[in-house]
Design a binder for this molecule. Structure first.
Ligand code: MN
Ligand code: MN
Length: 463
């Protein structure tokens, strides 16, 4: 019998028996990357840099050139999706161990014709991305990140609001004195999508015949600082993200408050699980860092795209294995590494305690996702669950089983169903968060480390 079972399923803290020094160091390294990489592009760039430092070779999957010699590769898809591969001694036909996480996070995007002036303020029109509670994004400092082309056609990567000398941006909210009508609305309607326009300027230009002098002032600044003008936004991809740094929480510093734990906590821990193991492996190992999960995994950089097929075809070709990617998938196993909901002490009513996750109790194994009668669920098999639980027990990794909230209270999905659709045997497993999808989410250092150990065991597991 394992320790977890002796004390009751789901009830033991991952802090018990934890190597505190190692977990603390790992958490610090994670928070540094999380604070520096706040968009899918930035996280992919950071992952590629870390992988290359560890000897992984960057491969252009769109090129007809053969793969370079070696066993460790990183493939990048349009800057927003990365795939790290460590080839095993076994033929690819026998399958891979895959951990798939997503690197996009809820945020507020800038529209393509955004700049306007109202009431002495220059503003940008926005359109939110992913499932946000809109009222949480007003009155906080926001940073502007993303790609835009300047007036000479040069591609710029903006990152404004992260350094001490930088300005930040902010969305206003109505004062309580005049907020009675707002307060009487449903919370989901109190702050609307069109009320999320962001303030970006305030000083008018002095020219007397200028009809929109504050807007004109911002355009002057754009030209002066970046060689951009108001037309540049048409071909831009700009994202507003919280301008805050990751912080430790509590007198004991056991929790981490940060933007983007969902799902960079899995992206980082799975990537490190792959990179930290320097021994050659038997089965091929893969970490898939997907984009667009928060809006349904669509598009050419999401889990539904066929970039995975393209990468596997390249690998098969280089290994001179005459089998299809489909055959590789049907022999492969995957963890869909994504976050779960921790029981919230302020909202216990939303959870059925015996099947809910507790923050700090280790990696959460989720048999099925979906909503209502498991609609749109990925539903893993008993055999798959049994194999993972056995593996985690053998490796003394703390785990718990949970589903997302009470039956019929809500629901959600992950990339799991897009892996299993390909024939990959898939199970959801990741840490539980508090305040998921808020500008600042809470995660446990003990869970972060448990996930790292779990992903490491999984990547190295025989079939
Ligand atoms: Mn997620
Ligand atoms: Mn999410």
């Amino acid at each position: 019998m394992t320790r977890a079972r002796e004390t009751g399923l789901n009830k033991e803290s991952a802090w018990k028996g934890l190597d505190r020094k190692a977990a603390d160091l790992f958490a610090r390294e994670y928070m540094t990357v999380l604070g520096a990489a706040k968009t899918e592009r930035e996280f992919v760039d950071a992952s590629v840099a870390i992988a290359r430092e560890r000897g992984y070779k960057l491969v252009d999957a769109t090129s007809l050139k053969p793969l370079p010699r070696g066993t460790k590769f990183v493939f990048v898809n349009r800057g927003k999706n990365a795939v790290l591969v460590k080839l095993g001694k076994q033929p690819l036909f026998e399958g891979m161990n895959i951990v798939a996480a997503h690197v996009d996070a809820p945020r507020i995007d800038i529209k393509q014709n955004p700049l306007f002036e109202s009431t002495g303020l220059a503003m940008l029109q926005t359109h939110y991305y992913g499932g946000i509670k809109k009222y949480q994004w007003v009155t906080i400092p926001l940073a502007l990140h993303g790609v835009i082309y300047d007036r000479e056609g040069k591609k710029l990567e903006l990152r404004i609001g992260e350094s001490d000398g930088d300005p930040v941006f902010s969305i206003s909210d109505i004062l309580p004195h005049l907020g009675q009508a707002q307060a009487e609305k449903k919370m989901s309607e109190g702050v609307t999508g069109e009320a999320l326009d962001v303030i970006v300027g305030h000083i008018p230009v002095s020219s007397r015949d200028e009809k929109q002098p504050v807007r004109a002032g911002v355009v002057e600044e754009l030209v002066r600082q970046f060689n951009l003008d108001d037309r540049s936004f048409a071909a831009a991809e700009l994202e507003l993200v919280p301008a805050m740094r990751p912080r430790e929480v509590g007198f004991d510093k056991g929790l981490m408050l940060a933007y983007g734990h969902d799902d960079r906590i899995c992206g980082y821990s799975s990537m490190r699980a792959l990179l930290d193991d320097k021994e050659p492996c038997e089965r091929t190992q893969m970490v898939f860092l997907a984009d667009k999960e928060e809006i349904g995994s669509d598009g050419d950089t999401g889990m539904q795209s066929e970039f995975l097929e393209l990468v596997v075809e390249k690998l098969l070709d280089a290994a001179k294995e005459a089998v299809s990617a489909r055959q590789v998938f049907w022999n492969s196993t995957a963890l869909s590494a994504d976050v779960s909901a921790a029981m919230d002490p302020n909202y216990l009513d939303s959870f059925e305690a015996s099947n809910a996750a507790t923050i700090g109790n280790g990696i959460v194994i989720t048999k099925y996702t979906g909503s209502r009668g498991k609609s749109a669920a990925h539903d893993a098999s008993a055999e798959t669950l049994h194999r993972l639980i056995q593996l985690l027990d053998q490796n003394h990794v703390r785990w718990q089983v949970a589903e997302l909230g009470k039956v019929d209270v809500g629901g959600g999905g992950t990339v799991a169903k897009f892996l299993s659709k390909r024939g990959i045997e898939t199970l959801d497993a990741g840490p539980a968060l508090l305040s998921m999808h808020a500008p600042q989410e809470l995660a446990s250092k003990a869970d972060l480390y448990a996930c790292y150990l779990a992903y490491r065991s999984f990547l190295n597991a025989p079939r």
